[in-house]
Design a protein around this ligand. Structure first.
Ligand code: GCW
Length: 648
């Protein structure tokens, strides 16, 4: 199939122009209520044709139709030689049907044999922006905020519309617009000062089926409402939130809700005044309920001023300790937003023990598309592999996490990665992660391979010559893991910016992220002989983690403290495994560069170059990790590399 590669731009991500110059002209028709989807369909078909104008008169048609018998937001596409019918359950479903149709065509599919139907696994598929109103993005690696500059709203509406289209095309339907670390300025997003601006932004996203969320400050009753207290049980505070909600919904009637980071990393919250997390969430939830709003209440609550000499407190236990006892105590419109793992978006963690154990409280799984600990969009890291691992992980002997989706897990959320960089995500290949997140939130049973192939097909065109790129993206998580902190132990990063190695960077700090390496052993014993984190899991799952023999090897140092001469399943000692993986990791990145160079003829030159530059930086990073980690452990242990390679 001939595609027009010259029309490629990084800006167009997975909605490229000129993919199908061979398509005929389509007439698109549908009732007035379908106007928006109709226009997107027409534009999308034009985009696929690119500058190559389709020949003469119409010779095929697309018919849009609302079919209320379909599940909410679902669609069904019936192909045909003359007419393709796209049925949507509602306006969102229709739009998703249109994008699914365009995606099939974009990847070289034929329209006449098309027969597709789908509906989302959860009704809330959410991107969280950690944008500050200054324009800076916390943990952002793609330039500045899409929404703000200099403490005010400031954006190009056309660009926001394009962003909304990208998100809708992968099924995202909610978006939080400001950092969970709310500032004095962004706290005012729920006041008369800024609500007119929020309303304008909401209007851009609305036709794309995307509803906004505002991150709020739990302390607002004091800072904005001039009350003495933010105590959730105080009637004046109850009144404050009710009035705030009324005002907010007057401006943005379809706001999806509020997102709250409370009692976390120096933020105020109910615990600081002796109330429970449920008290805190519920007072806000009662205020939003009349308007159909949801409170997303984050479970990232832990002691961030721990003494490193304290070996009893164990940070990954904190979320469970704080929230499990409250199961069933939350209002119906509270969703507990739980990071995928019990630590903090590390390269390899078990799932949070809360998943599967809270049967009476709605939950959201929170992922990180922005690559804070996973290479900052410089290093290649296909996150879909890791997310898949999350959904595949057992919650009991006969149940995996994916089976909770649509039941206990009613929302799938992620910290987004888009900024004002020309290519949206900083690293061009990081677009694949944004794409994969949306698709997985829609259907968590999609495989990482399928998602990667879809993204490559849409972005660079279906071309078998690009198959090695699929393998490269799928391998990238494992490669990154090899040169980073070993076997699930986490961290070992430079404090602050979280890029590059510093094995003891956080070791004597207050953040609770310790590896406790000495000259004979490394790790925190989290079994029943240690901090007993394993007891927070379902008994069957806990037993698997509790034993060195059954614990998945990638998590061995997450759960166990082991001597350096411990024999892994490969027969290697732990120390030799550390040396080998670190040498291999850097070599694998050299391999990525070789592979990428062989793909050059099949890639737009600008894309080739920009990724090539990042891979070069990645190689330097991988070598730095290799040498720092290996040298650290060689000096600690005095044990030589069996293969006699250079360790500094
Ligand atoms: O991992 C930490 C990040 C913080 C972030 C926090 C959170 C928004 O380093 O930058 O703050 O997690 O998730 O709240």
């Amino acid at each position: 199939m001939k595609t027009n590669r010259d029309e490629y731009t990084a800006y167009n991500m997975w909605l490229q122009r000129g993919r199908r110059p061979d398509l005929p002209h389509f007439d698109v028709e549908g009732p007035d209520t379908c106007y928006f989807a109709l226009r997107e369909c027409l534009e999308g078909l034009e985009r696929l044709n690119g500058t190559c104008k389709p020949a003469g008169s119409a010779n095929a048609g697309v018919k849009l139709n609302i079919d209320k018998t379909l599940p909410p937001e679902g669609y069904r596409i019936d192909g045909g030689t003359q007419v393709v019918t796209i049925n949507g359950a509602d306006t969102n479903g229709l739009l998703y049907g249109v994008f699914a149709f365009l995606s099939e065509l974009g990847r070289g599919g034929s329209y006449n044999q098309l027969s597709l139907s789908s509906a989302p696994a959860v009704s809330r598929r959410v991107i969280n922006h950690w944008d500050n109103m200054t324009g800076a993005v916390e943990r952002g690696y793609s330039g500045k905020s899409l929404f703000y500059r200099d403490n005010a709203f400031s954006y190009n509406p056309e660009r926001i519309k394009d962003y909304a289209r990208f998100l809708a095309s992968v099924g995202i339907n909610q978006l939080s617009i400001n950092n969970v670390n709310v500032t004095a300025v962004s706290a005012r997003l729920i006041t008369e000062d800024l609500l007119p601006e929020v309303s304008k932004l909401a209007a851009i996203f609305r036709p794309y089926g995307i509803r906004l969320i505002i991150s709020i400050d739990f302390e607002s009753p004091k800072s904005l409402g001039r009350l003495e207290t933010a105590d959730p049980l105080d009637p004046s505070v109850e009144r404050y939130w009710r009035e705030a909600a009324e005002l907010v919904y007057r401006h943005v009637p379809d706001l999806a809700g509020f997102l709250v980071k409370a009692d976390s990393e120096f933020r105020g919250g109910p615990a600081s005044i002796g109330r429970t997390q449920a008290d805190g969430a519920n007072v806000i939830a009662r205020a939003l309920a009349p308007f159909g709003g949801t409170v997303y209440w984050r479970c990232f609550v832990y002691n961030c001023t721990q003494d490193w000499r304290d070996t009893v407190t164990d940070r990954p236990k904190a979320a469970f300790e704080n929230f499990y006892p409250l199961d069933g105590k939350f209002e119906d419109n509270v969703i507990l937003q739980i990071k995928n793992g019990p630590s903090d978006f590390q390269v390899h963690e078990p799932n949070s023990p809360l998943f599967g154990r809270m049967n009476h409280t709605a939950q959201a799984s929170e992922f990180q598309v922005t690559q804070e600990y996973t290479g900052q969009q410089i290093d290649l890291y296909g996150l879909a592999v890791q997310w898949q691992e999350f959904f595949d992980a057992p919650v009991s002997k006969d149940r995996i996490t994916r089976e909770l989706v649509g039941k206990e897990i009613t929302a799938i959320t992620a910290v987004g990665s888009a900024g004002d960089d020309e290519n949206w995500t900083g690293g061009l290949l990081a677009q694949a992660n944004l794409y994969a997140f949306g698709r997985l939130a829609w259907d968590p049973s999609l495989s990482a391979r399928q998602l990667t192939e879809e993204w490559i097909g849409l972005t660079f065109g279906p071309d078998e010559a690009l198959n090695p790129l699929t393998e490269m993206i799928l391998a990238s998580r494992g490669v990154y893991e090899k040169y980073n902190a070993p076997l699930g132990i986490g961290w070992m990063v430079n404090p602050g910016n979280h890029y590059g190695p510093s094995v003891d960077g956080y070791e004597y700090m207050k953040w609770g992220t310790y590896h406790r390496a000495d000259t004979v052993a490394i790790g925190v014993d989290r079994t029943d002989k240690g901090t007993n984190l394993t007891a927070q899991y379902d008994p069957w799952v806990g037993a698997v983690y509790n034993s060195k023999e059954t614990c998945p090897e990638g998590l061995l140092l997450f759960f166990h403290r082991l001597p350096y001469d411990y024999r892994l399943r490969s027969g290697k000692t732990l120390i030799q495994h550390i040396y080998d993986t670190h040498f291999e990791g850097a070599e694998d990145v050299e391999g990525f560069i070789e592979t990428w160079d062989t793909l050059r003829p099949s890639l737009p030159e600008a894309a080739y170059q920009s990724v090539r530059n990042r891979l070069t930086l990645q190689l330097a990073n991988a070598r730095e990790w290799r040498d720092v980690v290996n040298t650290y452990f060689y000096r600690k242990t005095g044990i030589k590399d069996e293969k006699g390679r250079l360790i500094h």
